[in-house]
Design a protein around this ligand. Structure first.
Ligand code: ZN
Length: 69
């Protein structure tokens, strides 16, 4: 899902930041299910990215330490 393609269902104003209410027309910018599902997916993606990179760094450090010791 491309973030840039998220638009208000009422006026078509782009809503890349996933505002619950449209900033232009003041109506609900997207259907509830769609909004929450997309948000959940985005948050999980971010968290797994962070966890993954943190684990990678820790692994690199520990393997470096093992080599030094
Ligand atoms: Zn709108």
């Amino acid at each position: 899902m491309n973030k840039a393609e998220v638009k208000c269902v009422h006026c078509g104003e782009p809503n890349p930041e996933h505002w619950f209410y449209c900033r232009i027309c003041g109506k609900q910018a997207a259907q509830n299910k769609y909004t929450s599902n997309l948000w959940m997916r985005t948050e999980r993606g971010k968290r797994s990215d962070i966890e993954f990179s943190t684990m990678s760094i820790n692994d690199s450090i520990s393997s470096m330490n093992q080599k030094l010791n």
